[in-house]
Every structure is written in C-alpha cells, then in structure tokens.
Design a protein around this ligand. Sequence first.
Ligand SMILES: [Zn+2]
Length: 201
Amino acid sequence: MLVPGVEPAQWPRARALAGGAITLRFAAGIHPRHAGSIEALEAHVARARVHAIGELGWDRAAPFDDALVDAQLALARAAALPVILHVVGAHGHALERLRRHPPLAGVVHAFSGSAELVREYVRRGLAISIGPSVLGAGARRVHAAARAVPDEALLVETDAPDGIAEPADVARVVAQVAHLRGREPSAIAALTHANAARLFG
Ligand SMILES: [Zn+2]
C-alpha cells in the first residue's frame, strides 16, 4: 500500500503508520491544495526513503502553480522516482504541461476523466488509478475510463480519507472494476498488485 504525505507536516506523520501487517510504501509531495517549499521536499527526499513524489499536480479549486509542479517533476527525475499526479478539472492543462517534460513514470490517481483522456495519459507512459468514484451507479464517465485502461496501466485505490473511509474498502473498488471489465476480482487484485509493485518498487 502506498501512502502519500501531501504537505510538509504529513511527510513524517505518514511514516508513523509503518509497522503493521501490511507493507507500506511512502510518497512525499506538495499537493495543489496545500503549501510547501520545494527546498523542504528536496531535503526530506534526501534523508527519508520514499518510493514516489506526490501528490502533485493541478486542481481547479486552487491556483495552478506550474513552477512548483515542474520543480517536483524535476526532483522525481533526478531521484529516479515515479510521481503521483493529482489532476482535478485540469486535464487539458495537465497534458499541455506534461508535454514539456520527458516521459516519466507515475500514476494519475483517483482518475475522474474520460476514456479518451485515459488514452492520452497512457500514451505518455502513465498508469491510471481508479478510486471510489467508480462505485457510483451513475458514474458513467468513470465506468468508461475504468474499462479503457490497458491491463498493464491499471491501479486501484481508496483515496482515503478523501474517498471512502478506510484502506480495506479497496476491495469494493476492485470488485467494481472487475465487474466493469468482465473479470474475476481475484484477477484484478493480482494484476493491480503486480502493476503497483513494478511502478513503486
Ligand atoms: Zn489527490
């Protein structure tokens, strides 16, 4: 399970979760709705073992900070780490900005865009993570997106605490994605586990 700290106070707090029965991996980043300095993030990444940079990205609820995103993408590249992209209501802008960077490994998390956008991100080498919004009976766009992700680019999540209540609920997301793709839940669980292990180490 990958746990991102999305602002400086959370970076060390995420680590306090370690030690249970589940193997945890940690990410650190500056989320578009939070504040933080790139220097502090660089210092954290230099001393703490993280497996990804993020969440980072663009959210229509906050002013876009392209310079901060660019700096985090550069840090990820320098540290040879994948990224967790948070993109809400900003896919056109995100794709336009990502085109300025060399291809990078990572995931667009809690994906809320269309099937066509899935193809755009996957073409850039990014994985797509399906979250709890896929559970909505009327979530036709997310259902179409969940069907459009190629096997090798598919991940799942709860987006907790913003999504559903707790990490164990990921089983409900797996069941729904399996239903939409006409597969067994165990097959989707195995596939997404292998993809996560490959992407995040
Ligand atoms: Zn997010």
